[in-house]
Design a protein around this ligand. Structure first.
Ligand code: HEM
Length: 463
């Protein structure tokens, strides 16, 4: 993808941040297949952003794009039973790394384990994690304060270090440290680059998709990644961390449902899932937020005013988060414009009709948060960065804004991720200013997640 395929506009007090120029003509099947290997979102036309349900075929396969709030409600909520299964692309792309962890499981496995995972990371747990989140963000600020501000920092990398540290401390009771965090980040970036997230076999008619080709580079990246995660999980399971949340939940769960045991292997897959799902998404969100703020000085001004009013000279704490309304609005607007999970892909179990469109059994049914969140039928100035839309009483309609999905498979880490993003953003914004070096173009890329393709290099200067 060249920079000319991208568009970014800004004026006095407004910003339309970077996005792909829409295609004028419908791309050919070959174009879709070829470009989707690099990126899953760059091929849409202007009309695809409209709030409707449409279908098209690639080779032998029906693909249904659900882009209306009613359609989203149907697929993800009221008719979830028919669409509980993740798309074969997603399952095949992640099974190598996550086994049968919650993100890609379905049926009895999913039903049995969902309460276990929700119990570990759900809303009620978050107040207990707040202090560790704030502490990790403060430590990163202290580390930045000691470095030469003339050297740019890659904010995507830094946010990955911070959020993986937070997951490691809160869920596993073990500090991760920069070296291990960077090994995870580099290996997962390599994993995303190498993994086939399109699965031609499925398009040619294999309903379950085909196992992905695991070349040497992919196997090496996976090995490095699993090596670090395994160290952290093993320490936890053997009681070497400073708490045992996972094991406690397993114990409680076994007492409540003695006839449906969850063993240690299952717990290991869930722990790996939580480790990955719990840091990558938040890291991308924060990296995009820094990019947006660097382009929107008026938003930074308002954020600093709020920090001054709420926290004064003190570092932000978990208790401050309910009053950091503008900071939270920045996070929510970032999730609208750059939702890390930009395609929610499902596989239809049986034939169905969604908003008048007939769905074939085994079709892929997609909700793209990238399209839905930028639909001109649902949002004013959809391409503009306006945190204000998330302030005050009025919230966007439930099924028009779904960065955490919705329905039974909604993200169990939603409150965790939101509180963590607000605390990290507030802590670092209070102490530093952020500027993109001249000429840097931040480029989106969507493979498993939507992230800045070459990171977000920035000058980070103490305030
Ligand atoms: C800004 C941060 C986050 C975003 C945007 C996000 C988004 C999502 C989305 C959209 C899904 C559903 C995917 C689908 O239906 O295909 C999901 C599922 C999931 N997320 Fe998150 N997430 C975030 C943070 C977290 C955190 C912090 C954790 C854990 C600590 C977490 C754990 C999970 C798990 C385990 C699932 C699978 C749930 C299931 O299938 O039942 N996420 N997330």
């Amino acid at each position: 993808m060249t920079a000319s395929r991208l568009r970014e506009e800004a004026g006095d007090g407004w910003l339309a941040p970077v996005r792909w120029r829409p295609h004028v003509e419908a791309p050919s099947q070959l174009e879709i297949v070829l470009s989707a290997r690099d990126d899953l979102l760059s091929n849409w036309r202007e009309e695809d952003f409209r709030a409707v349900v449409t279908d098209f075929r690639i080779l032998n396969r029906q693909m249904v794009l659900v882009n209306s709030p009613e359609g989203v409600k149907h697929v993800l909520s009221t008719h979830n039973d028919n669409y509980e299964r993740k798309s074969p692309q997603m399952r095949r792309a992640l099974e190598f790394l996550l086994g049968d962890g919650l993100f890609i499981s379905d049926g009895d496995t999913w039903r049995l384990r969902r309460p276990l995972v929700a119990g570990i990371v759900g809303k009620n747990r978050v107040p207990g994690f707040g202090a560790a989140m704030a502490q990790a963000a403060r430590e990163m600020a202290d580390e930045w304060a000691r470095r030469d501000p003339a050297q740019p920092l890659d904010l995507l990398n830094e946010m990955g270090v911070l959020t993986s540290e937070i997951i490691s401390r809160t869920l596993f009771g073990t500090p991760l440290g920069r070296a291990r965090a960077e090994r995870v980040i580099r290996s997962f970036a390599e994993y995303q680059r190498r993994i086939d997230s399109f699965n031609l076999g499925y398009l040619f008619g294999f309903d379950e998709g085909l196992p992905v080709w695991k070349g040497l580079a992919l196997r090496r990246a996976t090995g490095r990644l699993q090596g670090v995660i395994d160290e952290v999980i093993t320490d936890h399971l053997e009681g070497r961390g400073d708490h045992t949340i996972m094991l406690d939940m397993l114990e409680i769960r076994s007492q409540r449902a003695p006839d449906a045991p969850v063993g240690r292997d299952a717990l290991r897959d869930e722990a790996a899932t939580l480790f990955m799902a719990g840091h990558e998404t938040t890291a991308s969100t924060l990296a995009w937020a820094w990019y947006l703020l660097a382009k929107a000085p008026w938003a930074v001004e308002r954020l600093h005013r709020e920090l001054e009013e709420v926290c004064g000279a003190q570092p932000p704490s978990f208790e401050d988060t309910p009053r950091l309304a503008y900071c939270r609005a920045i996070v929510e607007e970032t999730l609208r414009l750059y939702p890390p999970v930009a395609i929610l892909g499902r596989q239809a179990r049986e034939a169905d009709v969604v908003e008048g469109v007939r769905v074939e059994p085994a079709a892929v049914v997609m909700v793209s948060t990238w399209l839905l969140h930028r639909s001109p039928d649902l949002w004013d100035a959809p391409d503009h960065f306006r945190p204000e839309r998330f302030l005050g009483e009025e919230r966007p309609p439930t099924y028009a804004y779904v960065p955490f999905a919705v329905g039974p498979r909604t993200c169990p880490g939603m409150t965790f991720g939101l509180v963590e993003s607000v605390l990290c953003l507030a802590t670092l914004a209070q102490r530093f200013t952020f500027a993109l070096p001249p000429g840097v173009v931040v480029e989106p890329q969507c493979r498993l997640t939507l992230r800045p393709k070459h990171g977000v290099p920035m000058r980070v200067t103490p305030r």
